[in-house]
Design a protein around this ligand. Structure first.
Ligand code: FES
Length: 63
């Protein structure tokens, strides 16, 4: 499934980037990691939610 139509970014690519990006990363870092930039901006919220969900799911909790 495509998350970002403008950049043809798939959900699987966003999830992979979330697993490879540092904990303090924001939406801008996510797009940078994917080698893209937001264009219309409609996907940013959804992409970042996916990113956070994947990080929560895959990273160990820190105290
Ligand atoms: S859909 Fe992602 S920037 Fe337009």
């Amino acid at each position: 499934m495509y998350v970002c139509i403008c950049n043809a970014l798939k959900e699987s690519e966003v999830r992979a980037a979330a697993r490879q990006t540092g904990a303090a990363a924001g939406a801008r870092d996510l797009f940078r990691q994917l080698g893209a930039r937001p264009k219309c901006g409609k996907c940013v919220s959804e992409a970042f939610n996916l990113f956070r969900e994947e990080r929560t799911r895959t990273l160990p909790e820190t105290a």
